[in-house]
Design a protein around this ligand. Sequence first.
Ligand code: HEC
Length: 183
Amino acid sequence: MSSFEFNKIAGAVLATALMVFGLKSLAGVIYNSERPEKPGYVIEVAETATQADGTDAGTAQSAESLGKLLAAADPKKGETVAKPCAGCHDFSKGGPNKVGPNLWGIVGRLRAGHEGFAYSEAMASKKGDPWNYEKLFAFLKKPSEYVPGTKMSFGGIAKDKDRADLLAYLATLADTKVPFPNP
Ligand code: HEC
């Protein structure tokens, strides 16, 4: 074999090796970029409790009890948190359905239970199960996760404190406020 030919083969081997290494490190980059931003974030242990009437109580948060959050919640701030909801929901008593159903009296109201609104199958699948603070707290964190397939296209409100304020506001939309759970 001439040294020229040897060089050609060696070059090809080298190029292949470089390509393999290149792909490997490229894979490394892709893999790394898919890692969650906060690894080891373990606060959200979802527990589904069962109530006496056999319906699930929603997702319990292990960080701080919802009762505590609600005791410290501010309905005025909640009204601000509720601004984006108003694009789709009317909050007034006897008010109309918009893109979403009217939300007067939503705490304690039956799920998918507002007259004249065409709910998605996903939402209607637990029709009649009453909304309580726990369930609303879990639903509003990430609607598409709590009710997969819901047609409420809203990403959710990530911060527990904001959702507690929001619930404190929603609680005021009633003739008789449903008491908060114990802290
Ligand atoms: C882009 C429009 C849109 C926005 C914004 C939106 N919703 Fe909804 N919402 C809907 C629709 C549509 C439904 C009905 C969902 C279904 O049938 O799957 C719904 C359903 C609900 C329900 C269940 C009602 C029932 O009768 O069972 C609650 C509670 C609710 N929304 C609260 C909120 C709150 C609180 C906000 C703001 C934080 C909000 N939504 C923002 C469109 C929206």
